[in-house]
Design a protein around this ligand. Structure first.
Ligand code: ADP
Length: 450
């Protein structure tokens, strides 16, 4: 096992990794920007190193500073968390070149999955169902037109290098194609330095259902069931649950096993998530994330498996502590992403937290790095905590979630807590009857005062 792990991240995920390391008897090194010198992950770590000024490009994305910090402190592994450098193949290569273990998959796997066209090809060859679309990048309008004819309208133009919903454009009819193609390509070029785009069938009311996998270096590959992340705003996840309210045990077993086998075929190492859209009983691959995900706790709560502990252990060359046949799904879990944002306009609300009280009690987990008097810096993502609630069944979890939200005190700033309280009162949400566009429509209705 590793002796010392450097955590190349901040906020709740830095805390999450620190906790797993502590329980494994591993020393931790926190890195931080000047804006984060008083952060909880810095206080709790055994050592800490300041790696630059507030802007992420100068600190949390500063590869040279992070690798130097690992060398100076003698860390034998780096955990990238999610976001920042977690899916940067070059970073994984540089870390390895310095004889430090990157806690994640190989740089090659990161690179393949980071290019959605290459990713579709790789997993499609291994039996994973794809969204019907163009074979590769679109060279010109004629190619786009031909592909769109074959799949039908509406169609979606997507960036090969895409992330965070950028470079994605809807094409409702043929006359919009040329303009949207250009717009998508330009947006992708500006955001990712790569203007390659492809086209897919636009699914009208799908759910977003993803499969968690884990693979060790001894040939054990397992799936840990699904997470339903259909509650989204502008293609960004807001609330996640496991199991999905709509999937049968047979469907779970089938898509889980298809995914597991494909991951085995890839020779993948580490934890990862294969994301699908699900409509009319069919799954369509959209992308694979080669890292730990924000919403991993809902899987932990229904399987009793510590994903971060397994992830670190796998990277150290150990076997997974369980086999596929040991995996049992028990109960239900829901995660709410609590953002420092206005709950109506979603405008970020950084500033000082005057009073903080975390919800607790049976079946409640609050993953966060905030504390009384903490100053939320304006430079980073606005997610400040994750409320995870679990219990025997979904009905109980919804009631428990309501009481946990009522217990939550976060004063001095605006948060999305009121949004979740309102959502709990909605009948469709209560029935689990929602799709990826549902929340956007629901928010519009609220605005309209209905
Ligand atoms: P990104 O990496 O930019 O987040 P994804 O491919 O993961 O892009 O897609 C993000 C979200 O966009 C999905 O969860 C879904 O809501 C929507 N989306 C993506 N592809 C399609 C599609 N073919 N049809 C309808 N919605 C889609």
């Amino acid at each position: 096992m590793f002796k010392k792990v450097l955590i190349a991240n901040r906020g709740e995920i830095a805390m999450r990794v620190h906790r797993a390391c502590r329980e494994l008897g591993i020393q931790t090194v926190a890195v931080h920007s000047t804006a984060d010198s008083k952060a909880m992950h810095v206080r709790l770590a055994d050592e800490s190193v300041c790696i630059g000024p507030p802007q992420a490009k100068d600190s949390y994305l500063n590869i040279a500073a992070i690798v130097s910090a690992a060398e100076i402190t003698g860390a034998d592994a780096i955990h990238p968390g999610y976001g920042f450098l977690s899916e940067n193949a070059r970073f994984a290569e540089i870390v390895k070149a310095h004889d430090i273990t990157f806690i994640g998959p190989s740089a090659d796997h990161i690179r393949t999955m980071g290019d959605k066209i290459a990713a579709k090809k790789a997993v499609g060859d291994l039996g994973i169902p794809l969204v019907p679309g163009s074979d590769g990048a679109l060279a010109n309008v004629d190619e786009a037109m031909e592909a769109a004819k074959a799949i039908g309208y509406p169609a979606l133009i997507k960036a090969a290098a895409g992330g965070g919903g950028r470079g994605m454009k809807l094409v409702e009819t043929e006359d919009q194609l040329e303009q949207q193609l250009q717009a998508a390509s330009q947006e992708a070029l500006a955001a990712f330095g790569d203007g390659s785009v492809y086209i897919e069938r636009y699914l009208k009311q799908p759910r977003h259902i993803e499969i968690q996998i884990a693979a060790d270096s001894h040939g054990n590959v397992v799936h840990l069931g699904e997470r339903d992340c259909s509650l989204q705003r502008r293609n960004q996840k807001v609330l996640e649950e496991a199991p999905s309210p709509v999937l049968s045990a047979e469907e779970r077993e089938k898509i889980g096993e298809t995914t597991r086998r494909a991951i085995e075929g890839l020779g993948y190492l580490g934890v990862g998530t294969v994301e699908y859209l699900y409509e009319n009983g069919e799954f369509f691959f959209i992308e694979m994330n080669t890292r730990l995900q924000v919403e991993h706790p809902v899987t932990e709560q229904i399987t009793g498996i510590d994903l971060v502990r397994e992830q670190i252990s796998i990277a150290a060359g150990n076997r997974l502590s369980f086999k596929q046949e040991d995996v049992r799904f028990q109960g239900h879990a829901i995660e709410c992403r609590i953002n420092a944002e206005d709950p109506r306009t979603f405008v970020p609300s950084p500033g000082r937290i005057k009073e903080f009280h975390a919800p607790g009690g049976l079946g409640v987990r609050f993953d966060s790095a905030v504390y009384d008097g903490y100053d939320i810096p304006p430079f980073y993502d606005s997610m400040i905590g994750k409320l995870i609630v679990f219990g025997d069944d979904r009905e109980l979890v919804l009631r428990r979630l309501g009481r946990a939200l009522d217990e939550t005190v976060l004063s001095g700033i605006k948060t999305t807590v009121p949004l979740f309280k309102d959502l709990l009162g909605d009948n469709e949400f209560q029935r689990g009857d929602y799709h990826i566009h549902w929340l956007g429509e629901w928010l519009e209705k609220q605005e309209g005062g209905e």
